[in-house]
Write a protein that binds this ligand. Structure first.
Ligand code: SF4
Length: 401
């Protein structure tokens, strides 16, 4: 048995037992060759099926407030000084957001992610989002609502929980060591603090990463291990969309095969957690998207915050053609041991936003941009695949769901 086969056997065994892999095992997945890709996918797919069967959860993004952010997250098209030609608008009215959410739910989404650009909400913003949550739930009683509003302070998490927010998203995005080069206006510790505030308030925590910003394999393992330690219920995996007009516009560092290895590594490290294939799916995985369903158990339906995804119907067709099924509203996403166990036990939070899914709002990071900007771009960058969103929320055109 060769070394990789031995490692994959160990990773499957650990994944089925919810045991944490070693850093070396996680790094071996990222370092594996393209020739071994299907073996890696098959192994991580066994872990995915153990905890989530063939179900795929659909999530739908509503960008409540787009652009004009004072923060400087390098990957973000909404950042301070961004020249990206994205939609810019201030808060949607509750009924406008509810109408956008209803389109996603009608398309099969089980969760609606309410995202707003900015460092964090004011108390007045929390009130506004509370009214929006009420408007959404009035028309769609069973829908899960996740808020993604940036850094939380004071009793804001508690007020959002009370207003009916089921989950809160705040991504770690990159490792603590590289954070300062990606963002200077807030820190990795700020982000951890907000995830913990959401958990303490009883909301399901959603926190993930962005790959492709020039980070090393070690950085990726660091951030995923950091996420496991935080124990969110859902982990969105974003692949950088290098928007023209942002500092990372030249960062075409990913191949479809690399994306699959990253997803496999996340699955092995967070075996029983909702791993969500998020922004950059179409841009970077391209024809290999269906293989990613063997690793992730959750995707966004339709468009992202500031960029366009493939047609919602194409998402549904892909799921069916690959032999998977859309998770119904009556099905609990997480395995019973996570929903039944006490908070604090690995995998046991009751209560999770994925926003920032086109690597737009991530709400607060620090050190790595300098290195990222030095990394060589992959030849053959597909800038033709990045389409700025021009429909749905904040426009007069119907959404893509
Ligand atoms: S990721 Fe969020 S906080 Fe950072 S610049 Fe974008 S909208 Fe602002």
């Amino acid at each position: 048995m060769d070394l990789l086969t031995t490692v994959l056997t160990t990773l499957v065994d650990k994944g089925l037992r919810r045991e944490q892999p070693t850093r070396e095992e996680a790094l071996a997945v990222l370092a594996s060759a393209d020739d071994d890709l299907l073996d890696v996918v098959a192994a991580a797919g066994r872990v995915r099926r153990q905890w989530f069967g063939r179900r795929v959860k659909l999530n739908y993004l509503v960008n409540l407030k787009s652009g004009l952010c004072p923060e400087d997250c390098s990957y973000c098209s909404q950042r301070l000084g961004s020249k990206a030609d994205i939609l810019k608008y201030t808060w949607l009215k509750p009924e406008e957001a509810a109408a956008a959410a209803s389109a996603g739910v009608a398309g099969g989404a089980k969760r609606v992610c309410l995202v707003a650009s900015g460092r964090g909400p004011t108390d007045r913003d929390v009130e506004r989002v509370s009214r929006t949550i009420a408007a959404i739930k009035e028309g769609n009683e069973d829908v899960e609502v996740c808020a993604c509003l940036g850094l939380l302070t004071g009793g804001q998490a508690e007020r959002l929980k009370e207003a009916g927010a089921d989950a809160y998203n705040h991504n770690l995005n990159t490792s603590e060591g590289t954070y300062g080069s990606i963002t200077t206006t807030h820190t990795y510790a700020d982000r951890v603090d907000t995830v913990q505030r959401a958990q303490a308030a009883g909301m399901s925590a959603c926190s993930g990463l962005i790959a492709g910003m020039g980070e090393s394999d070690e950085d990726l393992v660091d951030v995923v291990f950091g996420l496991r330690a935080l124990d969110p219920d859902s982990v969105p995996v974003n692949f950088l969309i290098p928007f023209e007009g942002t500092p990372l516009a030249e960062q075409w560092n990913l191949t479809p095969q690399r994306c699959l290895r990253i997803l496999a590594m996340v699955r092995f490290v967070c075996p029983d957690v909702e791993v969500r294939l998020a922004g950059g799916r179409e841009v970077h995985l391209r024809a290999l998207q269906p293989l990613a369903l063997h690793l992730a158990n959750s995707i966004f339906l339709g468009d992202y915050l500031t960029s366009e995804g493939q047609a919602g119907q194409a998402d549904l067709d892909m799921i069916a053609d690959a032999g998977f099924e859309v998770e119904g509203a009556g099905t609990t996403t997480l395995p019973a041991h996570r929903t039944d166990a006490a908070p604090g036990v690995c995998g046991a939070h009751d209560g999770g936003c994925g926003g920032c899914a086109d690597t737009a709002c991530a709400g607060g990071h620090t050190a790595g941009a300098a290195r990222a900007q030095e990394a060589p771009a992959v030849p053959g960058a597909r800038t033709d695949l990045v389409a700025v969103r021009r429909r749905g929320a904040g426009t007069d055109l119907p959404p893509n769901a």
